[in-house]
Design a protein. Structure first.
Length: 409
């Protein structure tokens, strides 16, 4: 009875708590502005931060997976939240590029541990007999997060103009309160919290379908992370060519606010149609992703200022709108294809592929920026988005074949 009471409370609080901690609230709305204005970093230095921190998490991931298996889901997510708080402190108060880089590395490591929340949710839902509610509850979390980031985006520009460090202090406060709550409410009470010795040493078998899923997720998220960062920087630089920094922060915060609104609407809409479109989501989301880069490139070359920024804003909004839906689809599909004892490793591989894709894309962007302007980064990412559409088509046919095979059994 007490167990059921906790699980029902967990299911209610999970979407809200995850919504507040799925990223560094307040910082994500003014990240490029904070780095350029408060810390004096260039576009290349900002991209390099993401590149180095991502490659560090890729290299060390195997070690972190072993730690996760040893300490279990509950301690992993609490550790992850603690590291997220620590990263916000380093990024805010770091007095040199090296300290900021350490903050970004800790930030990447935090999510390796924190990603076990997906496994925790699935395990706890199975005890309640509601395993099929995973996608519904995860979508609620995404809706909460998207709504919160919309509100944050609306006020961050004004707060940044008062003092660049105000949004960051609010970010630290959110992390601190969330960490305390994590210590009491985030628990995996299933027998799969800590994997038994037999399965700790056993490696998960990755079939061909899962390989394609990981490759697709790597390319998609590499494009999302690198594209979001560089699209935002490109818009910021275009605004800087015309306006002073005070106006740039306001106009950029307006564009970011619309992007967060699109993220919220995209998450809500996807939650309503997810069970209807199922694997067709692959083709739809990858095509929409390509259109983001197309709008940015077209907008960049248009001379009429109002139309220029409208098209570029649309492109930036689109890339935010497809981010959560693709993550939801991929995690739900992976957890359906794996056994409970393999879930930790499966989610870790999924996030490994994400970081690998991000690392490759950001290093590619860094190489391009050494010689060419940032618009060429967007063009190259657009070409990769076309390749991702073909990967999605292949994966769609494989999943369709698998589903038909299971139905005919």
């Amino acid at each position: 009875m007490e167990q059921e009471k906790y699980l029902n409370k967990f299911v209610k609080i999970y979407p809200i708590l995850k919504g507040f901690t799925d990223d560094l609230l307040f910082f994500i709305a003014i990240d490029t502005l904070f780095f350029t204005v408060a810390k004096g970093l260039s576009a290349q230095q900002i991209v390099f931060l993401t590149s180095i921190s991502s490659i560090f998490s890729v290299i060390c991931r195997a070690t972190f997976i072993r730690i996760i298996k040893k300490i279990g889901n509950t301690k992993s997510v609490r550790l992850g939240m603690g590291l997220l708080l620590l990263s916000s402190l380093f990024i805010t108060f770091g007095t040199s590029y090296a300290w900021i880089l350490i903050g970004k590395i800790i930030y990447e490591i935090a999510f390796i541990f924190k990603d076990m929340e997906d496994v925790m949710l699935k395990n706890n839902l199975k005890i309640l007999g509601k395993a099929d509610d995973y996608a519904k509850i995860t979508n609620k979390k995404m809706n909460v997060y998207a709504f919160l980031t919309l509100i944050v985006a609306l006020i961050s520009g004004a707060l940044f103009n008062i003092n660049p460090y105000i949004p960051m202090l609010l970010c630290i406060t959110v992390c601190m309160v969330s960490f305390i709550i994590y210590l009491y409410y985030m628990k995996d009470i299933s027998k799969n919290d800590i994997i038994d010795e037999k399965h700790k040493k056993k490696r998960m078998k990755i079939n061909k379908t899962m390989w394609i899923i990981f490759i697709s997720y790597a390319v998609f998220y590499g494009l999302i992370v690198c594209g979001q960062e560089n699209e935002k920087l490109l818009i910021q630089y275009q605004l800087t060519n015309i306006y002073d920094i005070a106006k740039v922060s306001i106009y950029l915060s307006i564009i970011v606010s619309f992007s967060r609104l699109s993220r919220f609407l995209g998450s809500v809409f996807f939650g309503k149609v997810y069970y209807k479109i199922k694997d067709r989501a692959l083709l739809i989301l990858t095509t929409i992703l390509f259109s983001s880069f197309l709008f940015i490139v077209i907008g960049y070359f248009i001379k009429f200022m109002l139309l220029k920024f409208i098209l570029m804003a649309i492109g930036f909004c689109i890339i935010l709108a497809v981010r959560e839906p693709f993550a939801l689809y991929t995690s739900d599909t992976i957890l359906k294809l794996t056994e409970p004892q393999e879930a930790q490793e499966a989610i870790s591989y999924m996030q490994f592929s994400r970081k690998l894709g991000t690392t490759i894309c950001t290093f590619l962007a860094s190489a391009i920026l050494l010689k060419w302007d940032i618009i060429y980064v967007i063009v190259v990412l657009g070409v990769l988005a076309i390749i991702e559409i073909f990967i999605a088509m292949r994966l769609y046919s494989m999943l369709n074949f698998r589903n038909n095979k299971e139905e005919n059994k």
